[in-house]
Design a binder for this molecule. Structure first.
Ligand code: NAP
Ligand code: G4F
Length: 342
């Protein structure tokens, strides 16, 4: 059978690395694109030991010319669009750049597919952030969207463009509406990795305390390595459809911290309320976590919890890793790489 060729945009990111690893096992030829700035920053692919198995091309999502050049150079069977300005917090400070990359970037790729080879199958990385200030307690593919940030609005634009190119031009496009997914390869700006890394540093006397924002927000957190398989499964279906990928469980940031503390067997106590909430290490009597209002967002998504029912029945996909297990995986690998560095 002919080897399939896949393009992964955002290959240097968390999902790009796991998806590349997954597709390599399926014997795909992989072209991975990054921006010039990311060229020296392939630590995730190096950690997975796959950086030499990927063909790299530069493709800034703001530049139609670069996108067309890459699409003319290779004959892609599948395109996974994972590249984005993906940090919700930063999108408030750079709404124009976020709209251009996270939103219009999707349209640039879809137009290129329509003009160069409409037979290419396209995956769009949509997001549970699109549900925003949620209009239903458990979000399904039918729940109306209610975005709360420039990031979520840009994702919604990309999502609807993907749906529109399917309906208008019969292009095989699918959007995975993925809920938060974490791993040891998660960027350090996101809250789970920030907490895990911060606690490891505190235990090694490398940091006195960690500053966080809203501890009451709740997220439906899964394991990224499992979620990339769902992306591939969506593209292998006979009919293109959109799917939610999630765990169906939700926990607050505070609960995530408590799981970490339990795993580390630390003796701690929460004191205070609201902005004065603090976590004290009872062995040293020192504050190890406190609130800094600068990490609060102008408009917050307080609660997310999805249903993976459609993915289960059509894709035979279910989440396998509990939050407790995910915390263990993240902490163990954080210690491993911390000890290697020091
Ligand atoms: P990530 O680690 O932040 O990776 C994003 C990737 O996009 C990086 O490779 C980044 O390159 C690249 N990128 C940023 N700006 C670019 C530009 N102007 N041109 C080309 N590439 C650019 O994100 P992730 O967690 O892997 O998520 C993958 C995708 O899924 C993103 O679209 C994200 O919005 C979406 N998503 C993620 C989650 C989640 O929980 N992880 C949930 C739902 C949806 P640099 O290395 O140069 O920054
Ligand atoms: O880890 P976060 O930054 O992820 P967020 O905003 O949920 O977005 C992630 O998941 C989306 C899917 O739902 C993706 F589309 C998106 O690309 C990204 O991967 O923040 C999670 C929660 C927020 O409520 C935030 O306010 O944690 C809260 N939080 C509290 N303190 C903090 C902090 N978030 C960060 N990043 N840093 C803090 O210090």
């Amino acid at each position: 059978m002919k080897k399939k060729t896949a393009l992964i945009t955002g290959i240097s990111g968390q999902d790009g690395a796991y998806l590349a690893e997954f597709l390599l096992k399926k014997k795909y030829k992989i072209v991975g694109t990054d921006r010039r700035s990311a060229r020296m920053n392939n630590w995730r692919l190096e950690r997975l030991g796959i950086e030499k198995k990927i063909i790299f091309e530069e493709m800034e999502l703001g530049e139609t010319f670069e996108i067309e050049r890459v699409f003319r150079k290779y004959k892609f069977d599948e395109v996974y669009n994972l590249a984005a300005q993906s940090f919700v917090g930063s999108s408030f400070g750079s709404p124009l750049n976020t709209s251009n990359i996270t939103g219009l970037g999707v349209l640039r790729i879809l137009e290129t597919i329509r003009n160069i080879n409409p037979k290419i199958k396209f995956y769009q990385a949509s997001s549970s952030e699109m549900f925003g200030d949620v209009l239903e307690k458990t979000q399904t593919e039918k729940t109306p969207f209610n975005p709360q940030s420039p990031y979520a609005i840009s994702k919604l634009f990309g999502h609807y463009m993907s749906v529109n190119y399917r309906n208008s031009y019969n292009i095989f496009t699918v959007s995975g509406i993925l809920f938060n997914h974490e791993s040891p390869l998660r960027g350090e700006e996101f809250v789970t990795r920030k907490i895990v890394k911060g606690l490891v540093k505190i235990l090694n006397n490398d940091l006195n305390f960690l500053e966080l924002g809203n501890l009451e927000a709740k997220r439906d957190w899964g394991y990224a390595k499992e979620y990339v398989e769902a992306m591939w499964k969506m593209i292998q279906q006979k009919k293109p459809k959109d799917y939610i990928i999630c765990t169906g469980k939700t926990y607050s940031i505070k609960e995530f911290i408590n799981y970490c503390i339990d795993h580390l067997k630390m003796n701690t106590k929460w004191i205070g309320k609201g902005l004065n909430t603090k976590l004290i290490n009872l062995e040293t009597n020192k504050v190890i976590i406190k609130i800094n209002p600068k990490y609060f967002r102008p408009s917050e998504v307080n609660y997310l919890k999805g249903s993976f029912k459609k993915a289960k029945s059509n894709l035979n996909w279910i989440p396998k890793t509990s939050l407790k297990e995910l915390v263990k995986i993240m902490l163990n690998e954080e210690f491993k790489y911390y000890n290697k560095k020091n």
